[in-house]
Every structure is written in C-alpha cells, then in structure tokens.
Design a protein around this ligand. Structure first.
Ligand SMILES: *[C@@H]1O[C@H](CO)[C@@H](O)[C@H](O)[C@H]1NC(C)=O
Ligand SMILES: *[C@@H]1O[C@H](CO)[C@@H](O)[C@H](O)[C@H]1NC(C)=O
Ligand SMILES: *[C@@H]1O[C@H](CO)[C@@H](O)[C@H](O)[C@H]1NC(C)=O
Ligand SMILES: *[C@@H]1O[C@H](CO)[C@@H](O)[C@H](O)[C@H]1NC(C)=O
Ligand SMILES: *[C@@H]1O[C@H](CO)[C@@H](O)[C@H](O)[C@H]1NC(C)=O
Length: 662
C-alpha cells in the first residue's frame, strides 16, 4: 500500500514536472538607461499586474501607459500573444515573461522579449518603454538566437538550391505576414510549413506588432531575414527579433502554431535558367547580361564534368544527394498529390489532353491560376522513389525554349506524376494533318517550326549536360505555343523508365512506327542519328502535309507491293525531279521562303532518312544548313531506308504510341 502510494506520488511529480511549460526566451533584452526613480518601477509593475487579463480581454493585443512624464515615471507597455492563442496559455505565458522581466530588468528603462514555449501552445510578447512607441517602427536593438547546429553537410554542399528555396519560403511567409488581416486584432502573422527538395519540412513563423503599417511590418521582417543571412547563414534555424517584429524558422515545429498549417512545396524553378538557349536573339547576350550568363555557364560546365566523371565511376543510378550536388541552383517542385488532384479535378476526363506511351496527360490549374500539364505515368517505371526523384531532378535541368519545361513531380502513394508547363496550342499533328488548320501553317511558320525543333534536339543531343536521345520524336510530341513556336515534349522518358541509355542498344523499343529509324525498330540500336531519322520524317510530313498513316490510306487502292513509307514516296519523286508532287498544295506561299528553300528542306529531310546511319547529318549540320543564308553545298542524299512493314508480332515490340501530347 505504502509502496504503491510512493510510486503514485513519484509519477504525479514526474507528470507535474513534464507538464510545467518550458519557456524559451527566444529573445529577451533589457536595455536603455538605468532608472533611479523608484516610481518608474512602481508604474511598470502596476501596469504589469493587470496586463495578462487585459491582453486576453482585448483579443490578444493590449497597450497601456501609466505615470507622469513630468515626474519621469511614465511607463508604456505593449503585449500580445500569437494569433490563435488559447486564453489560459496566453495568460500563463505573459505571467512568466513578466516575472522574468521584473527579476532581470530590475532597474532598466526598457526591455522587450518575444517568448516561445516549446511544450505548450504559446508565444507571447512583452515590451515596456519610457516613451510611447505605439504605431512606431522600432528596429533596434535586434536579438538573434541561432540554432547552434549547422545544416547537414548534404545540404550545405549545395547551398545554392537551399538558398533559393529558403528565400522563396521566407518571401512567401513575409508577404502573407505583412498583409494586414483585418478580422484579427493580431493583424500581422503567418506560419508556413514548406517541403524543400532536400528537407521534408521547414517551419517558419513571422509576426509584427499590430500597431504598425503593413509597409513597416514588412521592413522590420526583412531586416530580421537579412540579420540571419548576414550572421548565421548555414545554421539549421534561428529566432530573430526586433522590438516591432519576430521571425523564427526551424526544421521542426517549434510550437503548435503549425498544427493546422498545410504543407506547401518549394516554388517552381525560376525562369533564369534559359541560359543555355543560344537561340536566334543573340541581342540578349550583350552588356551586363554577360556576367549573369558566364557564371552559370561555368557552373554548368563544371556540373557537366562532374557528371561525366560520375558516370564513369558509377554506371547505374546514383543516390539523390549526389544528384542534388550537381544542381546549379534550379529548384524543383514536389507537388502534393492533393494539389494535383485539385488542379486536374481528380483527373477529370474532360481535362485529358492526350495519351502517350508512358501515360496520360491532363490539363490542370494551380490555385495561383497557373496552367499546367500533368502527365500521369503508367505504373511500373520500375524506379525507386529516390531514383525517380533523381531522374526528374536531372530532367528539370534541361531548359531550352524549344523544350517543354518540366516544373516538378509528384510521387505519392503509387502515383508517379510529372508536371509541365502548359503549352496552349496543342500538338503539331493537330495542325499538319488537318485540312483546315494546315492552311494556317504558311511556309514561314513551317520553316520556323522545323528550325525550332532542330534547336531543341540539338540541345538534347549536344548541348545539355545529359545528352538525351529522345527516341519518340513525332508530330504529336511537338507542342506549339501561342506564337506557334515549337516545344519538344516527352524527352527523357527512357531515362525515367530506367532503360539503359549508355549502351545504345535496348531490348525495349519505344517509339512509333513510321518515325523509327530502321536500325532502331529492327535491332533496338539507337543513337542521336535515330532521332535525326525521326526528325527527317517529321520534316517531310510538314512539307507534304501528309502523315505515314494518310499515305497508307491513299495508297490503299494501289497494289500491295506499292505501299510505301513517306520517305520512299518523297525519294521517288525527288530523283525524278517531280517536286510539285511532294509539296503540300495547301501551304500558303510566303514572301520570305522561296521554292528553292522548300527544295532545300526536302533535301535535308532526305539526308535525315538515309538508310546509312553514318551518312545522316547531325542536328548541328542541319541547323547550319537551315540558316537561311548559309551558302554551302549539302551532300547528295543516298537512298532512303526502305522499311518493310513490321509483321504482326514484331520483335522487339514497340510500345504503342498513339497520337499524344507530351
Ligand atoms: C494604446 O496606445 C494608443 C496610442 O498611444 C492610445 O491611443 C490608446 O489609448 C492605448 N490603449 C490603451 C488601452 O491605453
Ligand atoms: C526615455 O529615456 C531616455 C534615456 O534615458 C531619455 O533620453 C528620454 O528623454 C526618455 N524619454 C521620455 C519620454 O521620458
Ligand atoms: C525574395 O525577395 C527579395 C526582396 O524582395 C528578392 O530580392 C529575392 O529575389 C526574392 N527571392 C525569391 C527566391 O523569391
Ligand atoms: C499564411 O498565409 C497564407 C497565404 O496568405 C494563408 O493561406 C495561410 O492560411 C496563412 N497561415 C497562417 C497560419 O496564418
Ligand atoms: C486547429 O484547428 C482546430 C479545429 O479548427 C482548432 O480547434 C485548433 O485550436 C487549431 N489549432 C491551432 C493551434 O490553431
């Protein structure tokens, strides 16, 4: 009996100990002159005595003054609790900070403290001064309490990306906190929980005293942010305060302020990475831009070298941290599945844009209003989470104005989803194979599209750090933006689906008959030159206004052995000089493109679809010839590959790739 009583007492003492809130004075400072007037202390303590109940009674914020200025004993106090406080917890917090202030600042004229209590759900603020500070922005003194630990080395090795995500988080929190919330007495407050690429959750909280203007609140918080960046950058958290505001961030939820906060993802990559776009408007490469371009290019070069070295060392997929080390500052978004479901209205059928070999594409709208294209990958990419994230991270690094931009991804539950920029005008096949829409495509427009696609492919093959072979280039994988500029979609899928890209031979052929180079379709051998072949087919389709499919229909009436590929159709007429039979009669003539230039296009197309792989030109040569005034002679095309139709069960079997976008 006595024993169990002892245990109970011990347990309840322990409980009591555990329940006692542990207050952490995130910032506490006594300052100003010492006062020698006893009545100053009396005024202050008088105000303190009713302060906790007054704060609660007034909705969380209260200010008051007492004493005579002429007698040098007038004191002004300001106090508040965090928005969403519980009444009792708020009172307890204030009582604690009042006791603390009385004992620590016995005869100082001023003090302020922003207090947090880790075990309970409170943070509160107390300040007293000998002058009225109501409505005034007060920036000094400042108090910084950094977390003593540094960020993990995996993160600190790649501070550029962390920095971008951190800044975006801080900006977002700051913007929200300094927007006055009129429905609350505590006008300026925000708490955010953000998923970074390298860290699951980062917590930030900002608050200003409600007597400020929004602009002053913003300025104060910005100063706190700057304080941290200047003094403690690299630490894994901090609380920074000034008399008018408070900012705290950490890698753990520092109080219940985050209970009801929904996690958001780090922001989409900035458009700053189009640096590799050496497109036609070279004007942009002048003056002050040089520095901006040169620096990332050097970094890219470095990244590229590292990449090559890593590939040599490790032929297979590497861990995410290494991939992140390569990152040169682009951030990538991981989207919540909930967000994707909301944006696409639960993959609503009417939002479906197309269906490709690797999954379906849906249109979506983010809460910000941004339109996106969501590609829901077919199950079984065979990648682990890390590998998937790793690959996507690499693909987001590919940025070119003629490539569809990958904004981020989502892999939650068993979904694997890619999020792309939305390109408004649908895919090229919807234009080129449509009697009406084809008329919109003047020779000018067609030339621009061909050139743009060539640039996108050149970037993938030669300029990007990854050297991607597309493997499924076709009209339906070329999207047109509002100005009819082409953007290549669906690149890098083979990487994502874990197919060996380094050997140049695969047992899994992805692609579309008619577009596939014969050596790829038959033997699974792929190279940049098999993409060149597909490019050639697409180019010829643009010139003829026919697809392989349509051609088949036209030829249906003819004898069986006369069925031919588009390339063969063009080749036969080319060698007989019957150009007019090749060229699309619906293409509106244009002043800028002469018939000679159209003939040049056919010539290039035929060079691309030559049977002899080594004779097919590189994308760089093609672009050189496409430069309108390049007056060079092109090689004479050798015979095109005459593909025999695949038997019903071809081996290896290609993935079905019906008309799709992305
Ligand atoms: C708070 O300060 C303002 C401005 O000095 C003053 O008008 C107001 O009366 C104060 N509130 C209280 C309760 O004293
Ligand atoms: C407050 O104290 C400071 C420094 O002791 C003094 O210079 C100032 O005049 C005081 N302000 C008022 C309003 O009493
Ligand atoms: C955050 O805001 C600052 C100041 O307005 C700005 O200079 C910076 O570019 C912003 N950073 C991000 C990542 O949005
Ligand atoms: C922070 O601001 C965002 C954007 O205004 C808002 O959606 C969110 O509810 C705010 N969070 C808190 C805890 O006030
Ligand atoms: C979270 O939301 C619940 C329900 O609305 C509310 O009762 C609770 O007080 C909130 N918690 C915080 C810390 O705001």
């Amino acid at each position: 009996m006595g024993k169990s009583c002892l245990v109970t007492t011990f347990l309840s003492l322990l409980l009591l100990f555990l329940q006692t809130p542990k207050y952490v004075n995130a910032s506490f400072i006594c300052y100003g002159d010492f006062f020698n007037n006893v009545n100053y202390g009396v005024s202050r303590d008088f105000l303190f005595s009713s302060l906790p109940s007054n704060v609660v009674a007034n909705g969380g914020f209260y200010n008051a003054s007492f004493g005579r200025e002429s007698k040098d004993n007038r004191v002004h106090v300001v106090a508040l609790c965090r928005r969403g406080y519980e009444k009792q917890a708020c009172k307890t917090c204030l009582e604690h900070v009042i006791d603390d202030t009385k004992s620590k600042c016995t005869n100082r004229k001023e003090s302020f403290s922003w207090v947090t209590d880790q075990s309970d759900d409170v943070s509160c603020f107390l300040r007293y001064t000998n002058r009225s500070t109501f409505g005034k922005l007060e920036l000094s003194p400042n108090v910084i309490n950094p977390n003593p630990d540094n960020l993990d080395s995996s993160i600190s090795k790649n501070m550029i990306m962390f920095s971008e995500e951190w800044n975006a988080m801080v900006n977002r929190t700051l913007e929200a906190a300094s927007t006055a919330e009129t429905s609350s007495v505590l006008k300026y407050y925000n708490a955010t929980k953000t998923e970074f690429t390298q860290i699951p959750d980062v917590y930030a909280l900002m608050q200003c005293t409600p007597d400020l203007s929004p602009g002053d609140c913003k300025r104060c918080l910005r100063e706190c942010v700057n304080d941290f960046q200047k003094r403690d950058w690299g630490k894994r958290g901090a609380g920074i305060s000034r008399p008018s505001c408070y900012f705290r961030w950490d890698l753990y939820p520092f109080y219940k302020a985050f209970d009801n906060v929904t996690r958001v993802s780090a922001p989409p990559p900035q458009a700053s990475s189009t640096i590799l776009d050496c497109g036609r408007d070279k004007k942009r490469f002048q003056g002050s831009n040089i520095a901006i371009i040169v620096v990332p290019t050097v970094i890219n070069l470095f990244v590229f070298v590292v990449l090559i070295l890593s590939w040599k060392r490790k032929p297979s997929h590497t861990g995410i941290n290494e991939a992140l080390d390569w990152n040169d500052g682009q951030s990538m978004v991981r989207f919540d599945l909930g967000m994707i479901l909301m944006a696409t209205n639960n993959f609503f059928l009417e939002n479906k844009l197309g269906q490709g070999g690797f999954g379906s594409v849906y249109k979506g709208i983010l809460p910000s209003g941004q339109e996106i294209a969501v590609k829901r990958l077919i199950k079984g990419s065979g990648q682990g989470n890390m590998e998937f994230k790793n690959e996507v991270l690499l693909l987001t690094r590919l940025q070119h104005k003629n490539l569809v931009k990958l904004l981020g991804f989502c892999n939650e539950k068993d979904e694997e989803i890619l999020v792309y920029e939305f390109v408004p005008n649908a895919s090229l096949d919807r234009f080129i194979f449509d009697e009406e829409k084809r008329r919109i495509l003047t020779w000018d427009v067609r030339y621009t599209i061909i050139e743009g696609v060539a640039r996108g492919l050149q970037y993938l093959h030669e300029d990007s750090q990854l050297r991607i072979i597309h493997r499924d280039l076709k009209a339906s994988n070329i999207l047109l933006d509002a100005d009819m500029n082409p953007k290549v979609a669906d690149f890098g899928m083979a990487r994502l689906f874990n197919m060996d890209e380094t050997r140049g031979q695969t047992s899994r052929v992805v692609g579309t008959y008619g577009y596939m180079a014969p050596e790829y379709a038959t033997y699974g051998q792929f190279s940049a030159k098999s993409d060149v072949y597909s490019f050639g087919v697409m180019l010829l389709e643009m010139i003829c206004g026919k697809s392989n499919k349509n051609l088949e229909k036209e030829e249906e009436e003819k004898e069986e052995e006369e069925k031919e590929e588009l390339s063969a159709f063009v080749w036969k007429r080319w060698i007989e000089g019957r150009f007019e039979e090749i060229v699309d009669p619906l293409a509106a003539p244009s002043n800028n493109i002469s018939i000679n230039e159209v003939v040049k296009l056919i010539h290039i197309g035929l060079l691309c679809v030559q049977e002899n792989v080594s004779k097919r030109p590189s994308m760089t040569s093609i672009l050189f010839w496409l430069e309108r005034h390049a007056n060079t002679t092109m090689p004479v095309p050798t015979p095109v590959a005459l593909l025999t139709r695949p038997s019903p069960s071809p081996s290896p079997s290609p993935s079905p790739s019906p008309s799709s976008s992305l």
